[in-house]
Design a protein around this ligand. Structure first.
Ligand code: FES
Ligand SMILES: [Fe+2]
Length: 455
């Protein structure tokens, strides 16, 4: 049964029902209606450069293998044998010519075809009985597309193309995925850990919540923590001087962007004359790289686009934190648990030493060793506890900051339609409204035809 028509998210009043953060029935419906129908990040092409390379990821809770075939083509398959359902590989990554299931030995090639069955002649009498071998290959994810090397996939054949789905979010993501025109790469491994919070609190924070930074991260910034900050702003100053952050909201160079399918960002444009500044404790080479990045970005990106940085998220569970170029993925693991994955994305043109410094700086920022990550995730844990509370769940949450305030700025030059100021709850409401439409089972066709009326 699909729970439909229930108004969990009220964009008129700016309130959200806390049931959506703890209820298991709603969670199961999210796996069906959100994660089995949305574009989800699977990895980066640089993780599987050679034929036979593969990585694992999950789409919702479904395990998938992403392979590079003999012809170089990238595909994704459910990591579940068609015989008794066992995983066909237990490795997180590797290089292979085939996947042999370790239960009874059914074997699949890199294109997912079932190529070998032990005892096929003697036991099966050369007969599948039900269909042919071609019918019993690995279940393939039907839609897979890349954006400057970032691989996304979707189980839903009727979904729009990845670019259509991204909309104006692509304008931002390009600045991280292709900052100097040389593409990008994943540097090093992936941090993975599990926290006791609903996945949406993390996405909610990244899609629109700049409001928390001055309070949540104050202790980290007061002790002098300052990570790499390619954006060029003074993060420490922004986060220790809260009132300064609030008063800067009336500046058209600070804005928030919300897109049709629930993505959003709170962004700043670096002043045109801002000097290149290298984070404290980094090398001369880093300073030279920052200069190089500034100059090259100006050649390949739009005049405003090359100056942009800030927080953001792509619906449902992807973000790239532009202060550290870290990709965050929030994998749902039940209504009360999230498995976070963090990757560091680096400009493919960055020298090795710069990459190492960027990774080190990023790891101090986010990931399990990151001071900001610890601040954030513990808040989400307690927000989840609050939603689980019998009394707490009777009371909705307040998401009305800036809701009735008319602060729209029309698209101009290479800037999309946006609202003045990076702080406000409208991005989150836009995210949750799309979440609700997906949950109600609206078709992609319906949602596309409806046009975009941002919150
Ligand atoms: S479960 Fe894979 S071969 Fe039997
Ligand atoms: Fe934060």
């Amino acid at each position: 049964m699909v729970l439909s028509g229930i108004k969990w998210v009220d964009t008129d009043t700016g309130t959200i029902d806390r049931n959506i953060f703890y209820n298991d029935e709603i969670y199961q419906q999210e796996l069906e209606q959100i994660f089995a129908r949305s574009w989800l990040f699977l990895g980066h092409e640089s993780q599987i450069p050679n034929p036979g390379d593969f990585i694992q990821n999950t789409m919702g809770e479904d395990p998938v293998i992403v392979t590079r075939g003999k012809d170089g083509k990238i595909s994704a398959f459910l990591n579940s044998c068609r015989h008794r359902g066992n995983a066909v590989t237990r490795a997180n990554l590797g290089n292979t010519t085939s996947f042999m299931c370790a239960y009874h030995g059914w074997t699949y090639d890199l294109e997912g075809n079932l190529i070998s069955i032990p005892g096929y002649k003697e036991l099966y009498h050369d007969d599948m009985v039900v269909g042919t071998r071609a019918d019993w290959g690995l279940v393939e994810v039907p839609r897979i597309e890349s954006f400057y090397g970032l691989i996304f996939a979707n189980w839903d054949k009727s979904a729009p193309t990845l670019r259509e789905y991204m909309g104006e979010y692509a304008w931002f993501l390009e600045t991280r995925a292709n900052p100097t025109g040389h593409g990008s790469e994943i540097n090093g491994g992936i941090y993975k850990w599990t926290m006791d919070h609903n996945w949406k609190f993390a996405a909610d924070n990244f899609v629109g919540d700049g409001y928390h930074a001055g309070i949540s991260h104050k202790s980290a910034t007061l002790v002098g923590h300052r990570g790499t900050n390619i954006g060029g702003g003074n993060l420490q100053q922004q986060q220790t001087q809260q009132n300064a952050q609030f008063s800067r909201q009336a500046n058209p160079d600070t804005f928030r962007l919300a897109t049709k399918f629930g993505h959003g960002a709170g962004l700043n444009l670096r002043p045109v004359d801002a000097p290149v500044s290298s984070p404290e404790g980094t090398s001369k080479l880093m300073e030279e790289y920052q200069q190089f990045r500034r100059e090259e970005s100006a050649k390949v990106l739009g005049a405003n686009q090359q100056r942009v940085s800030g927080f953001n998220a792509m619906f449902p569970n992807f973000s790239i934190n532009s202060s550290a170029d870290q990709i965050h993925l929030w994998h749902p693991r039940g209504p009360l648990a999230t498995e976070s994955w963090v990757y560091v994305l680096v400009d493919a043109a960055a020298p090795k030493q710069v990459r190492d410094e960027l990774v080190l700086g990023a790891s101090r920022h986010f990931g399990p060793t990151g001071m900001f990550e610890q601040d954030d995730s513990d808040n989400w844990r307690l927000s989840t506890t609050g939603a689980k509370s019998v009394i707490g769940r009777r009371h909705p949450l307040h998401y009305a900051m800036g809701l009735k305030y008319n602060d729209w700025m029309e698209a101009k030059e290479d800037l999309p339609l946006r609202r003045m100021g990076s702080l406000g709850d409208t991005n989150q409401l836009n995210f949750y409204r799309h979440w609700q439409e997906m949950m109600w089972g609206k078709s992609w066709e319906e949602m596309q035809a409806a046009g975009f009326n941002p919150v």
